[in-house]
Design a protein around this ligand. Structure first.
Ligand code: SF4
Length: 722
């Protein structure tokens, strides 16, 4: 924060936290140093010296006056000395400052030459689930209109794609929660599979009552500590658990025959497949005791209102789509989706994980959640963009496949990467870093020097959340306003401006407006008639109504807080049961790799940590990575808390200190994914439908580092004591 004397509080700005999909409402108070006001009456945004001195939660209907420590400290990064404030261009081994025209001319010139030599697909784009709807939309349009490349995808593929695919398969539409969060509070029974919400988004816990909450997780997490039942599921076996719960539902007569007959199709096949999943077999595979399986089903089936929620722990697998499908089958058999206060939902992770997957930065997608291979969708969107449908490229490869092709003979030669850090967050990350180094041109747009930006040929400094206008779509499908409170540092620019400038140099600048409201209005037209229809929304309506739920097809439409109350978004209006088969983890334990590794988040950090690791209180809280393991495993390895261990998978190795915890299974270790290294280990085996990598489980070997020194130290201590 600025040390200058402060005075003259300017207008309080209501906006939202920059981090997770809860998008907590917060109020920012910008203050300007004495005698330095230069604005023309429009508040602190016009004032380059204004700084945010106060962050406070506000009574937004999602967070209801609460923030987690990430939200409270979010403004600290705005004034960080680590902010990038000028474009950088690589000369030899180092990145050197330059001006914007030089950087943009260089990028446009190199792109033009690469396209001329290798074709349009030689240039790729990679986006992020934290970008505003406007930027996600502009990025997809830039790929298809300015570059005409099929090669675009984004890091949300690593986050939400399995739940999204399963939702579309069953309901015909993917909206994380098809109901407002407030409905969760009224549920008498909630099964959460693979989510640690008490650490990832703490304010959501106010909706989850202890007496209602049941959690399936390999670890006894802080979320489990607030639940009334813990199902200690073996990593990678959630699908078997869901099949077993459906088996009990049917055998015990809990299946809702009237609902199944009236609102669904395909139950007979699913029922037949479930017969093989008797409870003792499920216990053997999952580790969840038979009695617990019965308790879960009884509580879900006899509650007045019941919900099944999934999160990344169940979804980030090479069978994630089928796992979520199995939980949806269970919810449908119990008659939950579309019933008041009941249903199935996935708890979206990234800040704009919902909107980021709706408007075209996915490889197979056009705005409004339309499919790129749908002729009618191509015609509609092409007309909005003023291009011919034939000029739009076909769908391209998914995120990991795209990254793994970079710099190869047949792959893209240039990558423009926005707000993503795959060197930390992609599976098998050493390989991805190597691919990035093989490119002829790597351009990274970010506001700090991330691990990925450090590899770039050109780095473009961008504005941050409190310095920009736009919209985000939270985990409920509620579209909300992000509002600028202060000006970005001189030298940093907004991605919409960057795309406009590049498009102008490529001959189509007029198609890329820079005003967020103009982009949003165009997005509304492009999404009109699609599943995620924003056509009836405007900035004015969103502000006046504190958010609007999609679909909202007309300016007099109230928005749609609850989906599926009358019909599902399938052609016949019925939800679809889909029979799925269990399959083991892509890489199971063996004598060389005898321990499961699972990964996740800690309270103090967010995603690749590029932001939160630079915020002092958060970094002080958890300054480095660690390996959480059970005391029994520690005894077998002869290690103690704080000792360094080497964790090795078939793809790489990483060293970190031990954290002992009796709350984890003895056959499993946990590492947070906020630091570079852990994803060197993770398995890029992909889900055949969603193309989600198997982040959540791989087989590793854990070995002590420097055991001799540690033993000597212990002997010294024993000698002193005796
Ligand atoms: S990180 Fe998530 S839970 Fe925490 S304040 Fe921000 S939006 Fe809310």
């Amino acid at each position: 924060m600025s040390e200058a004397p402060l005075a003259e509080v300017t207008t309080r700005v209501d906006t939202h936290c920059p981090y997770c999909a809860l998008q907590c409402g917060m109020a920012l108070t910008p203050v300007t140093p004495v005698g330095r006001q230069v604005g023309g009456g429009a508040g602190a945004v016009n004032d380059v010296d204004a700084r945010i001195t106060h962050v406070a939660p506000r009574d937004f209907p999602v967070n209801r006056g609460r923030l987690c420590q990430k939200g409270w400290t979010a403004a600290e990064l705005l004034d960080s000395p680590e902010r990038l404030t000028t474009p950088l261009v690589r000369h030899g081994g180092s990145l050197r400052p330059t001006d914007w025209d030089t950087a943009l001319d260089l990028i446009a010139d190199r792109i033009t030459r690469i396209r001329a030599d290798h074709g349009n697909d030689a240039v790729a784009l990679f986006g992020g689930g934290g970008l505003t709807n406007e930027k996600a939309y502009a990025l997809g349009k830039f790929a298809r209109v300015a570059l005409r490349t099929r090669n675009i995808d984004y890091n949300g593929r690593f986050c939400m794609s399995s739940a999204a695919a399963a939702g579309i398969r069953a309901f015909g539409i993917d909206r994380g929660l098809p109901f407002p969060l407030a409905d969760v509070a009224s549920a008498d029974a909630v099964l959460l599979a693979g989510g640690n919400l008490a650490e990832t988004m703490p304010p959501i816990m106010q909706y989850l009552r202890r007496d209602a909450l049941m959690v399936a997780d390999p670890r006894r997490t802080p979320t489990v500590a607030q639940a009334s039942l813990h199902l200690p599921v073996t990593p990678g076996t959630d699908l078997a658990l869901a099949l077993g719960l459906l088996h009990i539902t049917i055998i015990e007569g809990y299946a809702d025959a009237d609902y199944i007959a009236a609102r669904t199709t395909g139950f007979a096949e699913v029922k037949a497949a479930a017969t093989a999943w008797w409870p003792e077999r499920v216990e053997r595979i999952t580790g969840v005791p038979v009695a617990q399986q019965y308790e879960v089903v009884e509580r879900l089936a006899t509650a007045n209102r019941a919900m099944i929620l999934t999160a990344r722990g169940a979804e980030q697998h090479s069978k994630g789509t089928d796992t979520v499908t199995a939980f949806i089958n269970l919810a449908l058999a119990l008659g939950l989706p579309g019933r008041a206060g009941s249903g199935y939902g996935t708890v979206t992770g990234q800040g704009n994980g919902q909107g980021g997957r709706e408007h075209g930065q996915k490889a197979d997608q056009l705005p409004g959640y339309r499919k790129l291979d749908d002729p009618a969708a191509r015609s509609h969107v092409a007309a909005v963009w003023g291009v011919s449908p034939e000029s739009l490229p076909p769908p391209g490869p998914s995120a990991y496949e795209l990254l793994d092709q970079l710099g190869t003979d047949a792959g893209p030669k240039a990558l423009l990467l926005f707000a993503s850090n795959p060197v930390v967050s992609a599976p098998r990350s050493s390989q991805i870093a190597s691919r990035l180094r093989d490119l002829d041109l790597l351009v990274v747009s970010d506001f700090v020097m991330s691990e990925t930006a450090a590899l770039a040929d050109v780095v473009l400094p961008t504005a941050q959340w409190a310095e920009e206008d736009g919209t985000m779509t939270n985990l409920e499908g509620r579209v909300i306003r992000r509002r600028a409170a202060v000006a970005p540092p001189a030298g940093a620019r907004d991605e919409l401006w960057i795309l406009h400038q590049l498009a102008a140099r490529l001959g189509c600048g007029a198609k890329f407006p820079v005003e967020p409201s103009a982009v949003f209005d165009e997005l509304g037209r492009a999404s009109a008639g699609g599943p995620a229809d924003y056509a009836g929304m405007s900035y004015q309506r969103i502000e006046a109504e504190d958010g609007l739920f999609w679909p909202c097809p007309a300016s007099d439409h109230p928005g749609t807080p609850r989906l599926f109350t009358e019909r599902f978004a399938t052609p016949d209006g019925r939800a679809r049961f889909t029979a799925v088969e269990f399959r083991p983890v892509a890489e199971d334990l063996d004598p060389d790799f005898p321990v499961y590794l699972t990964t996740g988040r800690v309270l103090a950090h967010y995603q690749s940590g590029a932001q939160t690791r630079r915020i002092r209180p958060l970094n002080d809280a958890v300054p480095a990575s660690f390996v959480e393991l059970h005391p029994d495993l520690a005894a077998r390895l002869d290690v103690d808390a704080g000792d360094l261990v080497r964790v090795t998978s078939r793809r790489g190795s990483v060293t970190a200190p031990v954290r002992l915890s009796a709350e984890i299974r003895p056959d499993t270790v946990f590492m947070p994914f906020h630091w570079e290294g852990v994803n060197r280990l993770t398995n890029p085996a992909l889900d055949p439908t969603s193309r989600m990598p198997e982040f959540k489980v791989c087989a590793v070997n854990v070995s002590p580092v420097l055991p001799a020194q540690r033993r000597a130290r212990r002997e010294d201590i024993h000698a002193e004591v005796s």
